[in-house]
Design a protein around this ligand. Structure first.
Ligand code: FPP
Length: 255
């Protein structure tokens, strides 16, 4: 069965010719590094936070589309452990975004069967940010549709260090032996524990790097980079990424 998702695309965009996306091979877990908000704002002579505000509105569209396409998990890199180095006003603004987003969108997320999840360290997140996310997690915990996994105060090296520390503690407590440590076990100690690894990674804004994002989990993921800045990212671009993914042959090291 071939199903087209051309209803996502405006007439104009259809004329730009989009390949069909097939429903059978939709990536189950898509991870996105939403980059380029600052440059988007700068190009318009606006403060950087205007770019983040615009970026937040793109999240809405992509979440809705991901859910309709039958994607199981959407992981969004919203704030890295390195982003604390930014000016205070920008950090404060970014820390307000989850509650701004959820205060409007949570009822729709509940209705659309989306399950909100957090990946990252709660240490050093402001109480108001934690409260907004915890409330969304609680209110959507029974949902069975798209898992919307926000990476907030997330850094992959910190995540791996924490996993190694916790495994070492189990070994010294005699609950595990060194021989029992394998990749399945390490998976369970990561912040993604019950999630499958991403099938597709998207990074916007033309940067070709991982920036400390899901270094373990991306081992066999297909990457798609685009010059488009995150606030300009549309459903059309998302379909393009999925279409490219569907043309790739995943061999996982085999032939
Ligand atoms: C990177 O662009 C973007 C971020 C650090 C923040 C991304 C956050 C959002 C898109 C909104 C999050 C919303 C919710 C609901 C959590 P940049 O600022 O590094 O852009 P630049 O490289 O052009 O400066």
């Amino acid at each position: 069965m071939l199903e087209k998702f051309s209803n996502w695309i405006s007439k104009n965009e259809q004329e730009r010719k989009v390949e069909d996306v097939t429903i059978e091979n939709v990536p189950k877990h898509v991870a996105i590094i939403m980059d380029g908000n600052g440059r988007w704002a700068k190009k318009r002579g606006l403060p950087r936070i205007a770019g983040h505000r615009e970026g937040m509105s793109v999240i809405n569209k992509i979440v809705k589309q991901a859910n309709s396409l039958g994607i199981e998990v959407l992981t969004l890199y919203a704030f890295s452990t390195e982003n604390w180095k930014r000016p205070k006003n920008e950090v404060d603004f970014l820390m307000r975004l989850p509650e701004r987003y959820l205060s409007v969108e949570l009822p729709k997320l509940i209705e659309e069967n989306v399950k909100v999840r957090l990946m990252g360290s709660k240490d050093s997140l402001p109480a108001h940010t934690i409260a907004a996310v915890d409330n969304a997690i609680e209110k959507t915990k029974q949902n069975t549709g798209l898992v919307l996994n926000f990476a907030l105060n997330y850094g992959s090296r910190d995540e791996i260090v924490l996993a190694v520390q916790n495994i070492a503690k189990e070994v010294s407590a005699g609950k595990l032996t060194a021989d029992e440590i394998n990749d399945t076990l390490v998976d369970q100690y990561l912040m993604t524990n019950e999630l499958r690894d991403p099938d597709l990674l998207i990074r916007t804004s033309g940067e070709i790097r991982l920036s400390n994002f899901m270094l373990w989990q991306l081992a066999y993921t297909e990457f798609w980079f685009t010059d488009v800045l995150w606030p300009d990212f549309t459903e059309q671009h998302f379909l393009e990424a999925i279409n490219v993914y569907q043309q790739r042959t995943r061999r996982y090291g085999g032939i």
